[in-house]
Design a protein. Sequence first.
Length: 72
Amino acid sequence: MKKRIVIKLSGRVFAMDNVKLLKDWAEFLVNISKVCQPIIIAGGGNIARHYINHARSSGADESTLDELGIEI
């Protein structure tokens, strides 16, 4: 079994203006998967924080805010 590594990518990596960065990460992950099993955690970045802040100001509870952050 290959060793697992966890890599957290910022939500900025997935922004439309970062296509080259996303392609670079994809290439890196394909290459690294030959020697280990990468586990990718994707952050929501500024977009997630924007929606979470709006939901919070509208009275959403912490559980709902967590779910919103996960879904974005």
